[in-house]
Design a protein around this ligand. Structure first.
Ligand SMILES: Cc1cc2nc3c(=O)[nH]c(=O)nc-3n(C[C@H](O)[C@H](O)[C@H](O)COP(=O)(O)OP(=O)(O)OC[C@H]3O[C@@H](n4cnc5c(N)ncnc54)[C@H](O)[C@@H]3O)c2cc1C
Length: 483
C-alpha cells in the first residue's frame, strides 16, 4: 500500500524561503511538512548576504546560531564600476553583511524549522501535485519509496525550478552566470570584488572554507556566437576572468572542481498566490545578483507569505485582503528592484554603448523613479503655509495587523509607490483626515505638527510631517492659492 502523510501545509523546497516560511507557520500553530530534494549541506550560489538579513534572522529567532555559524563578516568591497579605477566601499555602520557557506547556512535555517516542529522529508523529491476536493496530493520520492503527502495548502519554495510552474514574466535581459571556486597561496585581502567589463560584470569573494568564488555575468548570446560548449566552457571562463582583476585577490590561483553555469535572469511570477497555494523566494520572483540581496528577498517573501497563508487558513473572511497584499507586495518588490538595477547598470559609463550594458540600463516602464523633495529651509519651516495636496486620498489597502492581513485605510498619492497605512508605528489615516480639514489659507509646519501633539510626541509629528512634505503630500499655499 502507498505510504501517506497528512499535513496542513506542505512546503516544496528547504532553501532560505522554504525553511523561513515553514518555521513561521509552525510558530503560528500550523502543522507543516517540508520536502527537500537534497541532503544538506549542499552547495548553492548566493553566498554574500547583505546586512538587511539581520532583522529577518531576528524575526526567525536564529540570530545567535548564525553568529556562531563560523561565517565571515563582509566588511569591505573593491568596486570598479563607474570609472575604470576602483574604489573601496566600506559597509555602513552597524552589523556587517556575511559571506556564508550556503550549505551550512541553509541547513541551519532548516534545522531551526525542524526544532519548531516542522516535519522535514530530506532527501525527497516532490513530483507533480494534484488538486483534490479539500486541498492537494503531492507524490514524493523519499528513501527509494513513493509517498503521498496530502495537504490543505501547498507552498512552492523550490527556487528557480519553480516546480508548480506558472507564467514567469522576464524583468531583465537574459543573463548567464559562469563561476568556479579557486584556491591560492596568499590571499590579498578579504574584500569582495565587483567589476564592470565590456561584455559583462564580475563578482568575487572569499568564502568561509578558504575558497574564492569568481563569477562572470554575461549575455548567453556571447557563448552562442563564440560556439562555446561544455568542453570549451572552462577556457572561455578563464579568458573572461583574464580580462578582470578578480583573481588578483590571490597569488597563483588554482581552480578547484569544474566551471559551473547557471541562469541569472530576473523574472516574476504573475500569480504568486491563490486561495490554496503560494510561491515564495525565487519561485515567486528573482532579482539581479548585482545587489547580493536574493537571500534577503527570499526571507522577506517567506515572512510576508507566512502572514498571508496564516490569514487564508485561520481568518478566511480576510482572504481577499491576504491575496491582494501578497500579490502587490511581490509585484512592487520585483519592479522596484528592476528599476534600481537598471540605474546601477547606467552608472557604468565606460561601457554605456556596449550591447550588454545598453540592454540592462533600460528601466521597466511600470516604475517611475521616485522624485523626493529636497529638505526644507528654516524659512520654509516657519513662515510658509501648507495644506494637504489635492491628489492625496485615503483608500482601503491590505496591511499586516499582528499575525494576519486586514484592510486598513491608507494614504495614496501618485508619487507613492503604494498606499501607506502606518509610519513610525502611527496610523496615518486620522492624521491625513485632519490635514484635509485644514483651512484654505493653510498652516505653517510648526502649527501643523503642533496640532498632532495630543496624539503623539512632538518629535514624531515633526518626522511624519517631514515625510509627508518629501513625498509631495503637502502643497504650499501662496498668495495665488495652493501650488
Ligand atoms: C549567479 C547567482 C548569484 C547569486 N548571488 C547572490 C548573492 O551573492 N547573495 C544573495 O543574497 N543572493 C544571491 N543570489 C540569489 C540567491 O541564490 C537566491 O535568491 C536564493 O537562493 C533564493 O532562495 P530560495 O529559498 O527561494 O531558493 P533556493 O535557495 O534555490 O532553494 C530551493 C530549494 O528547493 C529544492 N527543490 C527544488 N526542486 C525541488 C523538488 N522538486 N522537490 C524538493 N525540493 C526541491 C532545492 O533543492 C533547493 O534546496 C544569486 C543567484 C544567482 C543565480
Amino acid at each position: 500500500m502507498e505510504a501517506r502523510l497528512e499535513t496542513e501545509v506542505c512546503v516544496i523546497g528547504g532553501g532560505p524561503a522554504g525553511a523561513a516560511l515553514a518555521l513561521r507557520l509552525a510558530r503560528l500553530g500550523h502543522a507543516v511538512c517540508v520536502v527537500e530534494r537534497h541532503a544538506f549541506p549542499r552547495s548553492h550560489v548566493g553566498e554574500s548576504l547583505t546586512p538587511g538579513v539581520w532583522p529577518l534572522l531576528d524575526a526567525l529567532g536564529v540570530v545567535d546560531e548564525v553568529r556562531r555559524g563560523g561565517f565571515l563578516p563582509a566588511l569591505e568591497s573593491l568596486v570598479c564600476w563607474e570609472e575604470p579605477t576602483g574604489r573601496r566601499v566600506r559597509g555602513r555602520a552597524g552589523e556587517p553583511g556575511l559571506l556564508v557557506d550556503r550549505g551550512r547556512f541553509d541547513a541551519l535555517l532548516l534545522g531551526a524549522a525542524a526544532s519548531a516542529g516542522v516535519r522535514v522529508l530530506q532527501p525527497a523529491v516532490a513530483q507533480r501535485p494534484e488538486r483534490t476536493a479539500d486541498g492537494w496530493e503531492l507524490p514524493v520520492l523519499h528513501e527509494g519509496r513513493r509517498l503521498v503527502v496530502s495537504a490543505r495548502f501547498l507552498a512552492d519554495a523550490s527556487g528557480r525550478t519553480a516546480c508548480l510552474g506558472g507564467r514567469k514574466q522576464m524583468v531583465s535581459a537574459r543573463t548567464l552566470a559562469l563561476y568556479g571556486y579557486w584556491r591560492g597561496d596568499t590571499p590579498h585581502g578579504p574584500e569582495t570584488r565587483v567589476e564592470a567589463g565590456p561584455d559583462g560584470w564580475y563578482w568575487g569573494a572569499h568564502l568561509p572554507d578558504g575558497t574564492f568564488n569568481a563569477m562572470a555575468f554575461v549575455d548567453p548570446e556571447l557563448l552562442r556566437e563564440r560556439g562555446i560548449g561544455r568542453r570549451t566552457l572552462e577556457s572561455f571562463y578563464r579568458e573572461l576572468l583574464g580580462r578582470s582583476s578578480l583573481l588578483e585577490a590571490w597569488t597563483a590561483p588554482r581552480l578547484v572542481g569544474s566551471v559551473l553555469a547557471c541562469d541569472a535572469t530576473c523574472y516574476r511570477d504573475t500569480v504568486p498566490i491563490e486561495r490554496d497555494r503560494i510561491k515564495v523566494g525565487e519561485a515567486s520572483f528573482s532579482i539581479d545578483p548585482l545587489s547580493s540581496s536574493g537571500v534577503q528577498k527570499a526571507l522577506q517573501t517567506a515572512l510576508s507569505g507566512a502572514v498571508a497563508v496564516h490569514t487564508l487558513l485561520a481568518r478566511p473572511e480576510h482572504a481577499e485582503a491576504a491575496l491582494r497584499f501578497y500579490t502587490e507586495d511581490q509585484r512592487s518588490s520585483a519592479e522596484q528592484h528592476a528599476a534600481w538595477a537598471a540605474g546601477y547598470y547606467r552608472d557604468a559609463r565606460s561601457y554605456q554603448e556596449r550591447p550588454f550594458w545598453k540592454r540592462r540600463a533600460l528601466a521597466p516602464a511600470a516604475v517611475a523613479p521616485l522624485e523626493v523633495r529636497p529638505p526644507l529651509s528654516e524659512d520654509g519651516l516657519s513662515h510658509r503655509r501648507w495644506r494637504l495636496a489635492s491628489d492625496a486620498a485615503l483608500v482601503d489597502t491590505p496591511c499586516i495587523v499582528g499575525d494576519v492581513i486586514e484592510l486598513r485605510r491608507a494614504v495614496s498619492h501618485p508619487r507613492l509607490g503604494r498606499p501607506v497605512a502606518y509610519l513610525e508605528g502611527v496610523e496615518l489615516a486620522p492624521l491625513v483626515d485632519w490635514l484635509g480639514q485644514v483651512p484654505g489659507e493653510g498652516l505653517t509646519m510648526p502649527q501643523l505638527a503642533d496640532s498632532w501633539a495630543r496624539r503623539m510626541p512632538f518629535r514624531r509629528s515633526v518626522a511624519i510631517m517631514g515625510w509627508l512634505y518629501r513625498q509631495g503630500l503637502l502643497t504650499e499655499v501662496t498668495a495665488d492659492g495652493p501650488r
